[in-house]
Design a protein around this ligand. Structure first.
Ligand code: PMP
Length: 436
């Protein structure tokens, strides 16, 4: 007989810190035993006990097409049969970069890495090299991976665990990061007025989704573009989460492309690897040309551009046409409506925040009335109501993200049946949130 989730978790906790290899998986804020997943298909995941759930985690973003899309799996199997890695260049890497550039022409030159963390780390190094400046501006509640300089007020797992930052970051590194409230252009102006000629870059999530979803106010990203240009700093738009998920050309396609501006550097991850480890940094050709072996900024990776991983990413991007994005948007819109209705019926004041197909809920009258524009508002919301809400969904076979500070991920495989199962579970979950 296969072991239970509780048995595997007990063993895992004895041999792996917290029993997990990435903190949010441990149900730190919602409590309970995480489901250990044995398999996944389309909109569903199945745990080691054989329980099936409608999945709204989507591997934290990559599963745009749903889990184990047959054509992606076939591409991976074919690539694996040709060899798992060579430490030498392959044509698949070039094809993947071409696919990225086709969607985001402002990414004139692209370097593939394996994780979003590496991508943002490299973008910062490039910005410092290009400007000769050391300071970096980030926004409270934005997560850019576990880069030392970017862990202050970093949302995601740090929000889940109520950590202000990470231990082990040297004071010298921490002092080089300026953390500002999100959606506050005046705060950015002030930072430039005070430290202007020392700021190398602003890094921002294109549309933040690691403190729950907090969309940029209209004109906010464009203002960041203007101010950075004015002060000789770079703009790094982190699209690890939004890239190729919220649309064919990512968040930039919904905003910068239409308005005629681009950041200096982009970072991508998640969907670009189709579920396997691929991420990227890309942008202005002159900046990217500063990377080794042509330039003096060193960056490398044994597994960068791995042939199996890039095959998964390429197959995913090839399949993710406009019809796929329309389907994901439609499913997300239907679900947003259903969540709002269920909570309203149960008398739970809340704000439903969304950016493209990404969305999340903040509970409480303040959130409902004033809206949620920044990390302070997210933290002031009645986020404890998420715990019973989450568990009621889980008990009914719906796997929502195990934290109120994460986005819900819908896929093109979330069909009427899967969405209906979520909708059936929502009234009881809303009731549980009401009585929390
Ligand atoms: N940037 C953003 C916006 C992210 O959402 C994430 C991961 N959730 C990262 C960077 C880091 O990516 P990775 O976990 O692959 O290192």
């Amino acid at each position: 007989m296969s072991p239970t989730n509780a048995e595997v978790f007990a063993h895992a906790q004895a041999v792996i810190p917290g029993g997990v290899n990435s903190p949010v998986r441990a149900y730190g804020s919602v409590g309970g035993t995480p489901a250990f997943i044995a398999s996944a298909s389309g909109p569903y995941v199945t745990d080691v006990e054989g329980r099936q759930y409608v999945d709204l985690v989507g591997s934290w973003g990559p599963a745009l097409l749903g889990h184990a899309h047959p054509e992606v799996v076939a591409a991976v199997q074919e690539a694996a049969a040709r060899g798992l890695g060579f430490g030498a260049p392959t044509t698949t890497e070039v094809e993947l970069v071409d696919a990225v550039r086709h969607r985001v022409p402002a990414a004139e030159s692209v370097r593939l890495v394996s994780t979003g963390t590496e991508a943002t780390m490299t973008a910062l190094r490039l910005a410092r090299a290009a400007t000769g400046r050391d300071l970096v501006v980030k926004f409270a509640g934005c997560y850019h991976g576990h880069v030392d300089a970017l862990l202050a007020q970093a949302g995601s797992g740090l929000a889940t665990l109520a950590l202000p930052g990470s231990a082990g970051v040297s004071a010298a590194v921490a002092a080089e990061t300026i953390v500002l409230p999100y959606n506050d252009v005046d705060a950015v102006r002030e930072a430039f007025a005070t430290h202007g000629d020392r700021i190398a870059a602003i890094i921002t999530e294109a549309a933040p989704a690691n403190m729950g979803v907090v969309p940029p106010a209209p004109g906010y990203n464009a203002a960041l573009r203007e101010l950075t240009l004015e002060h000789g700093a770079l703009l790094i738009q982190d699209e690890v989460l939004t890239g190729f998920r919220v649309g064919y050309s990512g968040w930039w396609g919904l905003e910068g492309l239409r308005e005629g501006w681009a950041p200096d550097l982009f970072t991508f991850g998640k969907v670009i690897g189709g579920g396997l480890p691929v991420a990227a940094v890309g942008g202005r050709r002159d900046l990217m040309g500063m990377l080794a072996p042509v330039g003096p900024v060193y960056q490398a990776g044994t597994l960068s551009g791995n042939p199996v991983a890039t095959a998964a990413g390429l197959a995913t991007l090839r399949l993710a046409d406009l019809a796929v994005y329309a389907k994901v948007d439609e499913a997300a819109a239907r679900l947003r409506d259903s969540v709002t209705k269920a909570l309203a019926n149960a008398g739970v004041p809340h704000a439903l925040q969304w950016a493209g197909s990404l969305f999340s809920v903040s509970f409480g009258a303040d959130a409902a009335q004033a809206g949620v524009r920044d990390y302070a508002a997210v933290q002031a919301s009645e986020h404890w109501r998420y715990t019973p809400f989450f568990h009621a969904l889980l008990d009914a076979g719906v796997s929502a993200p195990p934290s109120p500070f994460e986005a819900w991920f819908v896929s093109a495989a979330h069909d009427d049946e899967a969405l209906g199962r979520i909708e059936d579970a929502l009234p009881a979950a809303a009731q549980a949130a009401a009585t929390a």
